[in-house]
Write a protein that binds this ligand. Structure first.
Ligand code: ATP
Ligand code: MG
Length: 395
């Protein structure tokens, strides 16, 4: 969708901001550009909508060489969130959001209606915020307006230059979550600049790690974290990259263990060949768990418990607090285990009303992390893959 072919940019004073850059962003893909200040990220971005002209190479949008497209026409196909948000201070939030469609000839009333929908979409109630001016918003709210404005003309391509840069980590986390959810439905082709590696790996389908004016590695988050291509990348992603990989590796069904299972209306199990069993309801949805020891002690067949003939699992099952849907990240799994002080967590399928799929244990979590590296960094030998940072925590 967006293709760079040997693109360079040398400014008039001789600064080489971008040096022989070649990469491609596929349709519907979110690519993050990450690197230190001054490495050429904004320059890369602005060449896509021709705010800056390259001094060498070519850029294609949907197969068309953009140097042959009228810049105004080009920018209609591309939403742009600039580094400092850049809202018009004298316009209300609603009018700011409606600017582009209005410029494109959409009638004012219609543009404002669409703007209200978009504000809603980014989590700002148009009734509350629509008539405010940018200075009457918090930094995070302003950034949302910036995103709404970029989406207003429904462009297939979005350029986002540090759109969540100016807010605290909590708001930033919230904006990232919302944006990911939004992107799942919108499926835009996105080039997203950040200097924050955590943000880059969380949002990107693929990441371009920039050195000075060049891409040092262009790959999936888990490949970049699991197998940095150069010392520079290893340094940039940080020594805790093993931990960071937890957040980009989803739980898959194949990672799960199958413990003994009992149902609510079953008689109390006499001999479980495990310390506990998972308890399911009659639809095979997760209800909770039961400990083997407890089941044995309460068992009607037990000499110490005469007379409790009708005892079923239901009366003795405990509710399960530690569970996650399949597809959640290993980081969430790990956090959930710690939060509930649980040795394992149940994994369910949310799409089928919570059907129980299996359990994730620390050992399986560790294996899943290895699996992700093996799959993503195909030719990398296991020994080269760093898991040391995680392994001790799982013991
Ligand atoms: N108009 C200009 N004239 C000369 N040099 C420029 C110009 N604009 C940018 N540069 C230089 O080009 C290099 C890349 O700048 P760019 O704005 O692309 O960096 P960046 O990666 O976006 O940095 P940041 O993370 O700080 O936003 C820098 O060294 C910068 O000083
Ligand atoms: Mg920049």
């Amino acid at each position: 969708m967006i293709r760079f072919e040997h693109v360079s940019k040398q400014y008039a004073d001789g600064t080489t901001a971008v040096d022989d850059l070649s990469f491609e962003v596929n349709e519907g893909e979110l690519v993050t550009l990450v690197g230190p200040s001054g490495c050429g990220k904004t320059t890369t971005m602005k060449m896509v909508n021709r705010l800056i002209e390259p001094t060498g190479g070519r850029i294609f949008l949907d197969g068309d060489d953009i140097s042959a497209i009228d810049p105004v026409q080009l920018r209609r196909r591309i939403g742009y969130v600039i580094q400092q948000v850049g809202l018009f201070p004298h316009k209300t939030v609603l009018d700011n959001t409606a600017t582009v469609p209005h410029l494109l000839g959409v009638k004012r009333a219609e543009a404002r209606k669409r703007a209200a929908e978009l504000l809603d979409l980014v989590g700002l109630d148009p009734k509350t915020f629509g008539d405010r001016y940018p200075e009457q918003l918090s930094g995070g709210q302003r950034q949302r307006v910036g995103v709404a404005r970029a989406l207003a003309a429904d462009p297939p391509v979005l350029l986002m230059d540090e759109p969540f840069g100016a807010v605290d980590p909590v708001v930033r986390d919230h904006l990232q979550t919302e944006f990911l959810r939004l992107q799942q439905t919108l499926g835009k082709t996105v080039l997203f600049v950040t200097h924050d590696i955590e943000e880059a790996v969380r949002l990107g389908d693929r990441i371009a790690v920039y050195g000075q004016g060049r891409i040092e590695q262009f790959d999936t988050p888990s490949a970049v974290l699991g197998a940095p291509a150069t010392d520079y990348v290893a340094d940039f992603v940080g020594a805790d990259r093993g931990l960071k990989r937890l957040s980009v590796t989803p739980i898959e069904e194949g990672d799960l263990e199958q413990p003994p299972v009992v149902h609510l209306d079953d008689p109390l199990p006499r001999d479980l060949d495990a310390p506990w069993a998972v308890v399911l309801d009659s639809d095979n949805n997760l209800h909770g768990w039961i400990s083997a020891e407890h089941a044995r002690a309460a068992n009607p067949g037990d000499p110490g418990n005469p007379g409790k003939k009708d005892d079923t699992v239901r009366a003795h099952a405990r509710r399960m607090e530690a569970w996650l849907p399949v597809g959640a990240s290993l980081k969430q799994a790990f956090a959930t285990m710690l939060q509930h002080d649980a040795g394992w967590i149940a994994v369910i399928d949310e799409r089928s009303e919570g059907r129980f799929l299996g359990v994730l244990t620390p050992a399986r979590l560790h294996e899943a992390l290895r699996r992700s590296t093996a799959a993503d960094a195909r030719d990398i030998a296991r020994a080269e893959v760093e898991l040391e940072t995680v392994a001790p925590l799982l013991k």
